[in-house]
Design a protein around this ligand. Structure first.
Ligand SMILES: Nc1nc(O)c(N)c(N[C@@H]2O[C@H](COP(=O)(O)O)[C@@H](O)[C@H]2O)n1
Ligand SMILES: [Zn+2]
Length: 364
């Protein structure tokens, strides 16, 4: 392959493309891709496929072999300088005698942060940091949030009409948005480690919460139901497609608990059952990103408990009306419009006739 102009940016974009091949498999580790270039040609490429397996740099070095001597290595995350599940990549890069390393972003992991870059510089390797940094940060926003806050990154996703309703006043909601938006949701799910819904969503919509027509892995499906008044038969109880965990409060509906466990559904009793307790457990289970596809009551509770960092709102150009038709976020206890939670880094994207508004509830 011939290398184009603005090589550093182009090669970093190539790293991001490679890194995305690990989407859905790497948690709690980041998505990382690496490219090695020498004499204007790519001589090695790699990506991190799974926690416990070698890092992206190692795969790229393996492919380049002896030719890596004097080459330039591109990697979207600072090379590690610690013994984790795998040995430090800095030592592999130094042994391979590469001349230059171009890093997309500093690793926020306190075990690494800045130390990988310092080690390479000490060994006489030229290091450039911050190429395509915004795109690198965005790709690993969930990893960064998790490692800095000891909690998974929470995304609240909803679809609403132009008059702010997620269903009609009878509860009917199929469908608010168009086909393309719904396909995009499947892609978003494929990039998340878990999807959470409340008991109402299970009773009313009987969702699968899987991915269709996109490549990737199904996320873990999570149901939060205080009273455990859930149907005995539901799509989510078919764990052959994807695992399901049901969180409930201690001692509720023991006979359904037994039936669910018999079907292979994991049931966890917590008192009190709160979004933040659930996120703590998902953190311990090594998850980086959690997509909340719940109704307004649970969504508001999750926002109040600060477990939601990002909002993805699909808005369809239609009006349903109805005083009792549900809206995407329930009571936040805010009385004045001046208290409304502002989103940051907001972006807008047209998806057929719908608009996707994305933004962050607080800086990450
Ligand atoms: N630069 C880089 N490339 C990769 O491919 C990576 N997976 C990482 N991860 C960093 O190292 C930590 C995990 O180390 P182990 O896989 O346990 O050895 C991870 O937290 C990142 O800081 N970095
Ligand atoms: Zn490494």
């Amino acid at each position: 392959m011939i290398i184009p102009d603005n090589v550093d940016q182009q090669m970093m974009q190539r790293c991001l493309t490679l890194a995305r091949q690990g989407l859905g498999y790497t948690s709690p580790n980041p998505l990382v891709g690496a490219v090695i270039v020498k004499d204007g040609k790519i001589i090695g490429e790699g990506f991190h496929p799974k926690a416990g397996e070698p890092h992206a740099e190692v795969f790229a070095l393996r492919e380049a072999g002896e030719k890596a001597v004097g080459g330039t290595v591109y990697v979207n995350l600072e090379p590690c300088n610690h013994y984790g599940r795998t040995p430090p990549c800095t030592e592999a890069l130094i042994s391979a005698k590469v001349a230059r390393v171009v890093v997309g972003m500093v690793d926020p992991n306190p075990l690494v942060s800045g130390k990988g870059i310092a080690r390479l510089q000490e060994a006489g390797i030229e290091v450039t940091v911050g190429v395509e940094e915004a795109a690198c940060l965005r790709l690993n926003e969930a990893f960064c949030h998790r490692i800095l806050n000891n909690q998974p990154f929470g995304i609240l996703k909803y679809a609403m009409t132009l008059d702010g309703k997620i269903s009609s006043s009878t509860g009917h909601s199929a469908w608010v948005t168009g086909t393309k938006s719904r396909q995009l949701v499947h892609q978003i799910r494929a990039g998340c480690d878990a999807v959470i819904v409340g008991g109402n969503t299970v009773r009313r919509d009987n969702p699968h919460l899987t991915i269709h027509q996109v490549t990737g892995v199904n996320p873990l499906r999570v149901v939060m139901s205080r009273n455990l008044h859930l149907p005995e038969e539901a799509n989510l109880w078919n764990v052959d497609i994807a695992p399901t965990i049901v969180f409930t409060e201690w001692g509720n509906n023991p006979s359904l608990q037994t039936k669910l466990r018999d079907k292979g559904v994991e049931v966890i009793e917590l008192s009190p059952l709160t979004p933040s307790q659930v996120m703590d457990i998902l953190y311990e289970r090594q998850l980086c990103s959690v997509l909340w596809e719940c109704g307004g009551v649970l969504g508001a509770e999750a926002i109040t408990q600060r477990v939601i960092q990002k909002i993805m709102a699909f808005i369809a150009p239609k009006i349903i009306g109805g005083f009792s038709a549900a809206s995407p976020v329930g009571d936040l206890g805010l009385d004045k419009m001046s208290d409304a939670l502002p989103l940051q880094n907001v972006s807008f994207r047209q998806v057929e006739r719908d608009i996707l508004v994305e933004g962050y509830l607080e800086a990450i």
